[in-house]
Design a protein around this ligand. Structure first.
Ligand code: IFM
Length: 463
């Protein structure tokens, strides 16, 4: 879409990126950071003993990723991390969320790969020197291919291999990490990876999706006490992407469809984590897909966590499909991003407030991802991204209103620090607040990042 938010939100271009004076975002203890993920930025897929991951295999398969793009070079962050971190701290961010590439740090027999470990130690060491809080995700989708060859997340054993990996990393990196997240967006790993095949490993079966989800969550539950034992001072949690579903009409059928949409996107993950049970409605939506759950699994999965990471992007308007499911009805005339996703900040506020009502034991929340893609270009050395400025302002305001409504939200990470490999969409979709020229690897700070940096500097001054 045209990169012109002024038409959509009058005054956006002239508006500084600055929350109102009474906003919780001015509070010193509200953390503001930027996020990335290993496969999306690192490149160097064959260096220093890194093994192949499912995304190397998937992206090398013709037709799976737009324009045949792969993560082979990505943002070359493996070699450019020092200057990338100078950029990060130059923008005044207070925290950085990164993920570790499992295939970089462990060999097929589960032995540590020292060169891979050293890479992350250097990264975390530098972030600490710069005074940034470190949020580390163990699994942001780059499963070692050798594990997929044995069934991947359909194989219960992968959950135990994940626990071994969490053990290694938390022994090696203890003291360098402020917050550990076990998994990023298990919905995407399970549903896009095994349910509809849009992501690696590219399998498509609803029954596979529910079983893969169960093993992912089991891996999370097994890892939490290990992380606690090895690195007691850090926070432990998990990151879930959440989706707002709204009904296309007031009919009972459409309202039920919207409910089922949210069961499939949110309760499927949050109920087992926070209530120790899968939502029964899920199996109304997908009859005959109950996963094999062994005694004690749900108790393991519901291990207490210190924080819940929430990733939010858009809402989906749905109607009943006439059977036991929902079907999307795209709304006309709404603002959309380069992804085609509707910009709907109220969805974030409403979901957060709803979770507080639904889950008595809802842990403190960090918004671990929020942001948007636009077809940004460098013109005369500058990148103007007015739609992103407006998007971020409105979503931060939604976070502020959820805080005012009593939800315990402790921080917000913009997705993403820089443009990167957007999975099945390759390099076409640009989510960064820093522009990356993939030919030259030149980074250009976008206008949104300049305004964030200005706000963060002002905030520092005031606090
Ligand atoms: O780029 C992804 C990220 O890896 C996970 N959350 C959603 C982002 C945008 O699609």
């Amino acid at each position: 879409m045209a990169n012109d938010a002024s038409a959509l939100s009058p005054g956006v271009n002239s508006d500084p990126f600055s929350p109102p004076a009474d906003s919780a975002l001015w509070r010193k203890n509200f953390l503001l950071g930027a996020a990335t993920a290993s496969y999306q930025i690192e490149g160097a897929i064959n260096e220093d003993g890194r093994l192949p991951s499912i995304w190397d295999t998937f992206s090398a398969t013709p037709g799976k990723v737009l324009a045949g793009d792969t993560g082979e070079v990505a943002c070359d962050h493996y070699h450019r991390w020092e200057s990338d971190f100078d950029l990060l701290s130059g923008l005044n961010f207070e925290a950085y969320r990164l993920s570790i590439a499992w295939p970089r740090v462990m060999d097929e027999a589960g032995r540590p790969n020292q060169k891979g470990l050293d890479f992350y130690k250097r990264l975390l060491g530098r972030l600490k020197e710069k005074g940034l809080k470190t949020f580390v995700t163990l699994y942001h989708w780059d499963l070692p291919q050798h594990l997929e060859d044995r069934g991947g997340w359909l194989n219960r054993d992968t959950a135990y291999r994940f626990a071994d990996y969490a053990d290694l990393m938390s022994r090696e990196l203890a003291g360098q990490v402020d917050a550990w997240a076990t998994l990023n967006e298990p919905w995407c790993s399970a549903y896009l990876g095994y349910g509809n095949g849009h992501h690696a490993p590219g399998l498509a079966n609803d029954r596979f999706a529910t079983q893969a989800m169960h093993h992912l969550l089991l891996g999370h539950g097994l890892a939490v006490p290990i992380l606690r034992a090895n690195d007691p001072a850090s926070m432990k949690g998990i990151v879930a992407n959440i989706g707002r579903g709204t009904a296309n009409s007031e009919s009972a059928e459409d309202r039920r469809a919207a409910h089922l949409f949210e069961v499939q996107h949110n309760a499927w993950i949050l109920d087992p984590l926070l209530k120790g049970a899968y939502p029964e409605d899920l199996f109304e939506l997908w009859p005959g897909t109950k996963p094999l759950v062994l005694e004690g699994d749900l108790k393991t999965i519901a291990a207490p966590i210190d924080f819940l990471g929430i990733n939010y992007y858009f809402r989906t308007n749905v109607k009943s499909d006439g059977a036991h499911g929902f079907t999307e009805v795209p709304l006309p005339d709404v603002e959309r991003t380069q992804m085609g996703w509707e910009v709907y900040p109220d969805g974030l506020r409403d979901l957060l407030i709803g979770f507080k009502q639904t889950y008595a034991n809802l842990p403190p929340i960090y918004i671990t991802e929020n942001g948007m893609a636009s077809d940004d270009e460098v013109i005369d050395g500058r990148v103007e991204d007015p739609q992103r400025i407006s998007f971020l302002k409105r979503h931060l305001a939604a976070v502020d209103s959820a805080i005012k409504a009593g939800v315990d939200i402790r921080g917000y990470f913009v997705w993403s620090l820089m443009d990167n490999f957007e999975w099945a969409f390759g390099y076409e979709r640009r989510f960064g607040v820093v522009h990356v020229d993939y030919e030259t690897q030149k980074r250009t700070v976008k206008h949104s990042a300049e305004l964030i940096a200005k706000f963060l500097a002002e905030r520092k001054e005031r606090n």
